[in-house]
Design a protein around this ligand. Structure first.
Ligand code: PMP
Length: 354
Protein backbone atom coordinates (compact mmCIF):
# COMPACT_ATOMS: atom_id res chain seq x y z
CA UNK A 1 0.00 0.00 0.00
CA UNK A 2 1.40 3.43 -0.87
CA UNK A 3 1.31 6.16 1.70
CA UNK A 4 -1.18 7.94 -0.62
CA UNK A 5 -3.89 5.28 -0.57
CA UNK A 6 -7.23 6.70 0.51
CA UNK A 7 -8.24 6.13 4.10
CA UNK A 8 -11.59 4.77 2.84
CA UNK A 9 -9.94 1.81 1.06
CA UNK A 10 -7.34 0.97 3.69
CA UNK A 11 -9.14 -2.16 4.92
CA UNK A 12 -10.55 -3.26 1.58
CA UNK A 13 -9.98 -6.90 0.61
CA UNK A 14 -10.42 -7.10 -3.16
CA UNK A 15 -12.25 -9.91 -4.91
CA UNK A 16 -10.00 -12.78 -6.03
CA UNK A 17 -10.86 -13.82 -9.58
CA UNK A 18 -10.21 -17.41 -10.69
CA UNK A 19 -6.75 -18.12 -12.10
CA UNK A 20 -6.21 -17.08 -15.71
CA UNK A 21 -3.00 -18.90 -16.66
CA UNK A 22 -1.07 -17.46 -19.61
CA UNK A 23 -0.11 -20.85 -21.03
CA UNK A 24 -2.86 -22.94 -22.60
CA UNK A 25 -1.71 -26.26 -21.22
CA UNK A 26 -4.52 -26.34 -18.65
CA UNK A 27 -8.04 -27.48 -19.30
CA UNK A 28 -9.76 -24.49 -17.79
CA UNK A 29 -12.81 -25.45 -15.78
CA UNK A 30 -12.40 -22.77 -13.13
CA UNK A 31 -14.14 -19.53 -14.13
CA UNK A 32 -17.45 -20.62 -15.68
CA UNK A 33 -16.55 -19.43 -19.16
CA UNK A 34 -18.10 -21.01 -22.22
CA UNK A 35 -16.00 -23.62 -24.04
CA UNK A 36 -17.50 -22.39 -27.33
CA UNK A 37 -16.40 -19.38 -29.40
CA UNK A 38 -18.72 -16.40 -29.67
CA UNK A 39 -21.40 -16.59 -32.38
CA UNK A 40 -19.94 -16.06 -35.89
CA UNK A 41 -22.50 -13.26 -36.35
CA UNK A 42 -21.27 -11.55 -33.16
CA UNK A 43 -17.70 -11.74 -34.46
CA UNK A 44 -18.69 -10.38 -37.86
CA UNK A 45 -20.48 -7.41 -36.28
CA UNK A 46 -17.54 -6.73 -33.92
CA UNK A 47 -15.15 -6.74 -36.84
CA UNK A 48 -17.29 -4.25 -38.73
CA UNK A 49 -17.53 -1.98 -35.65
CA UNK A 50 -13.76 -2.05 -35.17
CA UNK A 51 -13.43 0.17 -38.25
CA UNK A 52 -14.86 3.10 -36.31
CA UNK A 53 -12.89 2.81 -33.10
CA UNK A 54 -11.68 6.40 -33.50
CA UNK A 55 -15.18 7.44 -32.40
CA UNK A 56 -16.65 7.13 -28.93
CA UNK A 57 -19.29 4.47 -28.51
CA UNK A 58 -22.97 5.37 -28.12
CA UNK A 59 -23.46 6.00 -24.38
CA UNK A 60 -27.14 5.08 -24.74
CA UNK A 61 -26.36 1.81 -26.60
CA UNK A 62 -29.47 2.54 -28.69
CA UNK A 63 -29.16 -0.25 -31.29
CA UNK A 64 -28.35 -2.85 -28.67
CA UNK A 65 -31.10 -1.61 -26.36
CA UNK A 66 -33.62 -1.85 -29.23
CA UNK A 67 -32.57 -5.41 -30.11
CA UNK A 68 -32.48 -6.59 -26.50
CA UNK A 69 -35.70 -4.94 -25.37
CA UNK A 70 -37.58 -6.54 -28.29
CA UNK A 71 -36.02 -9.90 -27.43
CA UNK A 72 -36.96 -9.71 -23.74
CA UNK A 73 -40.36 -8.11 -24.39
CA UNK A 74 -39.69 -4.96 -22.36
CA UNK A 75 -39.33 -1.22 -23.06
CA UNK A 76 -36.03 0.44 -23.89
CA UNK A 77 -36.24 2.48 -20.66
CA UNK A 78 -36.36 -0.73 -18.66
CA UNK A 79 -32.89 -1.97 -19.60
CA UNK A 80 -29.34 -0.77 -19.02
CA UNK A 81 -26.15 -2.28 -20.43
CA UNK A 82 -22.90 -2.36 -18.50
CA UNK A 83 -19.31 -3.55 -18.67
CA UNK A 84 -20.06 -7.10 -17.57
CA UNK A 85 -22.80 -7.73 -15.02
CA UNK A 86 -20.27 -7.04 -12.27
CA UNK A 87 -20.61 -3.38 -13.21
CA UNK A 88 -24.39 -3.26 -12.88
CA UNK A 89 -24.16 -5.13 -9.57
CA UNK A 90 -21.66 -2.55 -8.35
CA UNK A 91 -23.99 0.24 -9.55
CA UNK A 92 -26.86 -1.41 -7.65
CA UNK A 93 -24.87 -1.55 -4.40
CA UNK A 94 -24.00 2.09 -4.93
CA UNK A 95 -27.52 3.22 -5.92
CA UNK A 96 -29.72 1.18 -3.58
CA UNK A 97 -27.70 0.68 -0.39
CA UNK A 98 -26.50 3.14 2.21
CA UNK A 99 -25.74 3.14 5.92
CA UNK A 100 -29.43 2.76 6.77
CA UNK A 101 -30.13 0.29 3.98
CA UNK A 102 -27.68 -2.59 4.22
CA UNK A 103 -27.09 -5.15 1.52
CA UNK A 104 -28.50 -8.56 2.41
CA UNK A 105 -27.37 -11.80 0.79
CA UNK A 106 -26.70 -15.49 1.52
CA UNK A 107 -23.66 -16.64 3.47
CA UNK A 108 -22.74 -18.86 0.53
CA UNK A 109 -23.10 -16.92 -2.70
CA UNK A 110 -21.17 -14.87 -5.23
CA UNK A 111 -17.98 -13.75 -3.48
CA UNK A 112 -18.05 -10.31 -5.05
CA UNK A 113 -21.12 -9.15 -3.06
CA UNK A 114 -19.23 -8.41 0.19
CA UNK A 115 -16.54 -6.64 -1.83
CA UNK A 116 -19.10 -4.45 -3.61
CA UNK A 117 -20.55 -3.61 -0.20
CA UNK A 118 -17.13 -2.66 1.18
CA UNK A 119 -16.03 -0.59 -1.79
CA UNK A 120 -19.32 1.31 -1.63
CA UNK A 121 -18.93 1.69 2.09
CA UNK A 122 -22.26 0.07 2.94
CA UNK A 123 -22.95 -2.47 5.66
CA UNK A 124 -24.11 -5.98 4.76
CA UNK A 125 -25.84 -8.87 6.46
CA UNK A 126 -25.56 -12.51 5.51
CA UNK A 127 -28.43 -14.98 5.73
CA UNK A 128 -27.39 -18.57 6.34
CA UNK A 129 -28.44 -21.06 3.67
CA UNK A 130 -30.00 -24.32 4.88
CA UNK A 131 -27.59 -27.20 5.57
CA UNK A 132 -28.26 -28.57 2.08
CA UNK A 133 -27.45 -25.10 0.64
CA UNK A 134 -31.05 -24.37 -0.36
CA UNK A 135 -32.60 -20.98 0.44
CA UNK A 136 -35.28 -20.71 3.09
CA UNK A 137 -37.43 -18.04 1.43
CA UNK A 138 -39.09 -17.15 4.76
CA UNK A 139 -35.72 -15.75 5.89
CA UNK A 140 -35.95 -13.18 3.10
CA UNK A 141 -39.27 -11.59 4.01
CA UNK A 142 -39.15 -8.01 5.30
CA UNK A 143 -35.37 -7.92 5.57
CA UNK A 144 -35.06 -4.12 5.73
CA UNK A 145 -32.20 -4.03 3.30
CA UNK A 146 -31.45 -4.41 -0.39
CA UNK A 147 -31.56 -8.09 -1.26
CA UNK A 148 -29.02 -9.62 -3.64
CA UNK A 149 -29.89 -13.12 -4.69
CA UNK A 150 -28.06 -15.12 -7.33
CA UNK A 151 -30.46 -17.40 -9.20
CA UNK A 152 -29.11 -20.00 -9.88
CA UNK A 153 -26.84 -19.45 -6.93
CA UNK A 154 -23.06 -19.56 -7.23
CA UNK A 155 -21.12 -21.64 -6.42
CA UNK A 156 -23.86 -24.16 -5.60
CA UNK A 157 -25.83 -24.03 -8.88
CA UNK A 158 -29.10 -24.43 -6.95
CA UNK A 159 -32.02 -22.44 -8.35
CA UNK A 160 -35.18 -20.95 -6.87
CA UNK A 161 -38.48 -21.17 -8.75
CA UNK A 162 -40.19 -18.10 -10.17
CA UNK A 163 -42.81 -18.39 -7.41
CA UNK A 164 -40.12 -18.35 -4.73
CA UNK A 165 -38.45 -15.29 -6.26
CA UNK A 166 -41.84 -13.55 -6.49
CA UNK A 167 -42.50 -14.30 -2.82
CA UNK A 168 -39.22 -12.58 -1.89
CA UNK A 169 -39.91 -9.58 -4.13
CA UNK A 170 -43.45 -9.26 -2.74
CA UNK A 171 -42.11 -9.69 0.77
CA UNK A 172 -39.86 -6.61 0.53
CA UNK A 173 -42.05 -3.86 -0.91
CA UNK A 174 -39.93 -1.15 0.72
CA UNK A 175 -36.62 -2.40 -0.68
CA UNK A 176 -35.03 -3.33 -3.95
CA UNK A 177 -34.51 -7.03 -4.67
CA UNK A 178 -31.71 -7.70 -7.15
CA UNK A 179 -31.88 -11.10 -8.84
CA UNK A 180 -28.51 -11.94 -10.36
CA UNK A 181 -29.29 -14.27 -13.26
CA UNK A 182 -25.76 -14.74 -14.59
CA UNK A 183 -26.43 -18.47 -15.07
CA UNK A 184 -30.18 -18.45 -15.74
CA UNK A 185 -29.98 -19.72 -19.34
CA UNK A 186 -28.70 -23.12 -18.21
CA UNK A 187 -31.91 -24.24 -16.58
CA UNK A 188 -33.57 -21.74 -14.24
CA UNK A 189 -36.57 -19.53 -14.94
CA UNK A 190 -35.94 -15.82 -15.42
CA UNK A 191 -37.90 -13.39 -13.27
CA UNK A 192 -37.76 -10.68 -15.94
CA UNK A 193 -41.48 -11.09 -16.59
CA UNK A 194 -42.09 -9.72 -13.07
CA UNK A 195 -40.46 -6.34 -13.66
CA UNK A 196 -43.69 -4.77 -14.93
CA UNK A 197 -45.56 -6.02 -11.87
CA UNK A 198 -43.05 -4.99 -9.16
CA UNK A 199 -41.24 -1.65 -9.06
CA UNK A 200 -38.65 -3.02 -6.61
CA UNK A 201 -37.21 -5.79 -8.80
CA UNK A 202 -33.93 -5.51 -10.70
CA UNK A 203 -32.88 -8.52 -12.79
CA UNK A 204 -29.26 -8.70 -13.96
CA UNK A 205 -27.87 -10.94 -16.68
CA UNK A 206 -24.64 -11.35 -18.63
CA UNK A 207 -23.29 -12.27 -22.05
CA UNK A 208 -20.26 -13.88 -20.35
CA UNK A 209 -21.61 -17.39 -19.92
CA UNK A 210 -24.38 -18.65 -22.21
CA UNK A 211 -23.41 -16.23 -25.00
CA UNK A 212 -19.65 -16.97 -24.89
CA UNK A 213 -18.55 -13.35 -24.51
CA UNK A 214 -16.76 -13.21 -21.13
CA UNK A 215 -13.80 -11.39 -22.69
CA UNK A 216 -16.01 -8.76 -24.34
CA UNK A 217 -17.51 -7.64 -21.00
CA UNK A 218 -21.23 -7.18 -21.53
CA UNK A 219 -23.90 -7.38 -18.87
CA UNK A 220 -27.24 -5.71 -18.29
CA UNK A 221 -30.00 -4.99 -15.85
CA UNK A 222 -33.76 -4.97 -16.38
CA UNK A 223 -36.22 -3.30 -14.08
CA UNK A 224 -38.78 -0.59 -13.56
CA UNK A 225 -37.78 2.57 -15.45
CA UNK A 226 -37.27 4.59 -12.25
CA UNK A 227 -34.73 2.00 -11.04
CA UNK A 228 -32.98 2.09 -14.42
CA UNK A 229 -32.89 5.90 -14.26
CA UNK A 230 -31.16 5.72 -10.86
CA UNK A 231 -28.60 3.28 -12.23
CA UNK A 232 -28.04 5.57 -15.21
CA UNK A 233 -27.33 8.42 -12.81
CA UNK A 234 -24.54 6.31 -11.33
CA UNK A 235 -23.30 5.27 -14.77
CA UNK A 236 -23.20 8.83 -16.15
CA UNK A 237 -21.36 9.90 -13.02
CA UNK A 238 -18.64 7.31 -13.49
CA UNK A 239 -18.18 6.10 -17.07
CA UNK A 240 -20.74 7.06 -19.74
CA UNK A 241 -18.92 5.13 -22.49
CA UNK A 242 -18.79 1.93 -20.47
CA UNK A 243 -19.43 -0.38 -23.44
CA UNK A 244 -17.02 -0.30 -26.34
CA UNK A 245 -18.21 -0.29 -29.96
CA UNK A 246 -17.16 -3.84 -30.77
CA UNK A 247 -18.81 -5.34 -27.71
CA UNK A 248 -22.00 -3.38 -28.33
CA UNK A 249 -22.45 -4.69 -31.86
CA UNK A 250 -21.22 -8.18 -30.95
CA UNK A 251 -24.06 -8.22 -28.41
CA UNK A 252 -26.58 -7.54 -31.19
CA UNK A 253 -25.13 -10.39 -33.25
CA UNK A 254 -25.24 -12.74 -30.25
CA UNK A 255 -28.92 -11.98 -29.63
CA UNK A 256 -29.84 -12.43 -33.28
CA UNK A 257 -28.05 -15.78 -33.49
CA UNK A 258 -30.65 -17.52 -31.37
CA UNK A 259 -29.97 -21.00 -32.73
CA UNK A 260 -26.28 -20.88 -31.88
CA UNK A 261 -27.12 -19.74 -28.34
CA UNK A 262 -29.80 -22.40 -27.80
CA UNK A 263 -27.64 -25.21 -29.21
CA UNK A 264 -24.73 -24.29 -26.95
CA UNK A 265 -26.94 -24.12 -23.85
CA UNK A 266 -28.31 -27.57 -24.70
CA UNK A 267 -24.79 -28.97 -25.09
CA UNK A 268 -23.78 -27.61 -21.68
CA UNK A 269 -26.91 -29.02 -20.04
CA UNK A 270 -26.19 -32.42 -21.62
CA UNK A 271 -22.54 -32.36 -20.52
CA UNK A 272 -23.61 -31.27 -17.04
CA UNK A 273 -25.84 -34.31 -16.57
CA UNK A 274 -23.18 -36.60 -18.00
CA UNK A 275 -20.59 -35.17 -15.59
CA UNK A 276 -22.99 -35.28 -12.63
CA UNK A 277 -23.88 -38.93 -13.24
CA UNK A 278 -20.23 -39.93 -13.62
CA UNK A 279 -19.20 -38.08 -10.44
CA UNK A 280 -22.06 -39.67 -8.50
CA UNK A 281 -21.02 -43.12 -9.73
CA UNK A 282 -17.54 -42.38 -8.35
CA UNK A 283 -19.01 -41.64 -4.92
CA UNK A 284 -19.21 -37.85 -5.10
CA UNK A 285 -21.94 -35.78 -3.54
CA UNK A 286 -23.06 -33.43 -6.32
CA UNK A 287 -25.49 -30.57 -5.75
CA UNK A 288 -28.39 -30.21 -8.14
CA UNK A 289 -27.05 -27.60 -10.54
CA UNK A 290 -29.06 -25.44 -12.92
CA UNK A 291 -25.91 -23.57 -14.01
CA UNK A 292 -22.87 -24.22 -16.25
CA UNK A 293 -20.90 -25.67 -13.34
CA UNK A 294 -21.26 -28.41 -10.76
CA UNK A 295 -20.36 -28.26 -7.10
CA UNK A 296 -19.15 -31.58 -5.76
CA UNK A 297 -17.31 -33.20 -2.85
CA UNK A 298 -15.87 -36.63 -2.04
CA UNK A 299 -15.38 -38.18 1.37
CA UNK A 300 -11.89 -39.49 0.50
CA UNK A 301 -10.30 -36.16 -0.43
CA UNK A 302 -10.64 -32.59 0.72
CA UNK A 303 -11.59 -29.88 -1.77
CA UNK A 304 -8.07 -28.54 -1.68
CA UNK A 305 -6.54 -31.99 -2.35
CA UNK A 306 -8.87 -32.53 -5.28
CA UNK A 307 -8.06 -29.09 -6.66
CA UNK A 308 -4.28 -29.67 -6.36
CA UNK A 309 -4.33 -33.20 -7.79
CA UNK A 310 -6.41 -32.06 -10.75
CA UNK A 311 -4.05 -29.15 -11.30
CA UNK A 312 -1.11 -31.59 -11.39
CA UNK A 313 -2.98 -33.41 -14.16
CA UNK A 314 -3.44 -30.15 -16.11
CA UNK A 315 -7.04 -29.41 -15.11
CA UNK A 316 -8.02 -26.23 -13.32
CA UNK A 317 -11.14 -26.18 -11.16
CA UNK A 318 -12.14 -23.72 -8.43
CA UNK A 319 -11.73 -24.33 -4.73
CA UNK A 320 -13.03 -21.90 -2.10
CA UNK A 321 -11.22 -21.89 1.19
CA UNK A 322 -14.37 -20.91 3.03
CA UNK A 323 -16.32 -22.30 5.93
CA UNK A 324 -19.06 -24.83 4.98
CA UNK A 325 -17.80 -25.29 1.40
CA UNK A 326 -14.07 -26.02 1.73
CA UNK A 327 -14.72 -29.72 1.02
CA UNK A 328 -16.17 -28.89 -2.39
CA UNK A 329 -14.74 -28.07 -5.77
CA UNK A 330 -16.61 -26.14 -8.43
CA UNK A 331 -16.19 -27.55 -11.91
CA UNK A 332 -17.18 -25.47 -14.92
CA UNK A 333 -18.98 -27.57 -17.50
CA UNK A 334 -16.89 -27.53 -20.65
CA UNK A 335 -17.28 -29.34 -23.96
CA UNK A 336 -17.79 -33.09 -24.17
CA UNK A 337 -14.09 -33.90 -24.68
CA UNK A 338 -13.00 -31.72 -21.75
CA UNK A 339 -15.51 -33.39 -19.44
CA UNK A 340 -14.32 -36.85 -20.52
CA UNK A 341 -10.74 -35.87 -19.69
CA UNK A 342 -11.92 -34.42 -16.38
CA UNK A 343 -13.90 -37.50 -15.31
CA UNK A 344 -11.05 -39.82 -16.38
CA UNK A 345 -8.61 -37.75 -14.30
CA UNK A 346 -10.93 -37.89 -11.28
CA UNK A 347 -11.26 -41.69 -11.61
CA UNK A 348 -7.45 -42.00 -11.65
CA UNK A 349 -7.06 -39.72 -8.63
CA UNK A 350 -9.52 -41.83 -6.66
CA UNK A 351 -7.75 -45.07 -7.68
CA UNK A 352 -4.51 -43.56 -6.40
CA UNK A 353 -5.95 -42.87 -2.94
CA UNK A 354 -7.81 -46.20 -2.50
N1 PMP B 1 -22.86 -12.95 -10.96
C1 PMP B 1 -22.38 -14.16 -10.66
C2 PMP B 1 -23.17 -15.03 -9.73
C3 PMP B 1 -21.16 -14.60 -11.21
O1 PMP B 1 -20.67 -15.81 -10.89
C4 PMP B 1 -20.48 -13.76 -12.10
C5 PMP B 1 -19.19 -14.24 -12.75
N2 PMP B 1 -18.06 -14.15 -11.99
C6 PMP B 1 -21.01 -12.49 -12.35
C7 PMP B 1 -22.20 -12.12 -11.77
C8 PMP B 1 -20.29 -11.47 -13.18
O2 PMP B 1 -20.01 -11.86 -14.48
P1 PMP B 1 -19.70 -10.81 -15.60
O3 PMP B 1 -19.17 -9.54 -14.98
O4 PMP B 1 -18.70 -11.49 -16.46
O5 PMP B 1 -21.00 -10.55 -16.30
Amino acid sequence: MSRFFSEKFKDLTPYTPGEQPKDTKYIKLNTNESPFSPSPLALEYANEASKNLQLYSDPECRDLVRTASEYYGIDGEEILFTNGSDEILNFAFSAFCDKNTPAVFADITYGFYPVFASVNNVPYREIRLNDDFTVNTDDYIGVNGTVFIANPNAPTGIALSLEEIEKIVRGNPGNVVVVDEAYVDFGAESSVRLIKKYDNLLVTQTFSKSRSMAGARLGFGMGNRALIRDLNTVKYSTNPYNINRMTMTAGIGAIKDEKYFKDNCEKIIFNRSMTTEKLKSLGFTVLNSCANFVFAKHSKLSGEQLYLKLKEKGILVRHFNKERISDFIRITVGDYGQMQIFTDAVSKILEEVQ
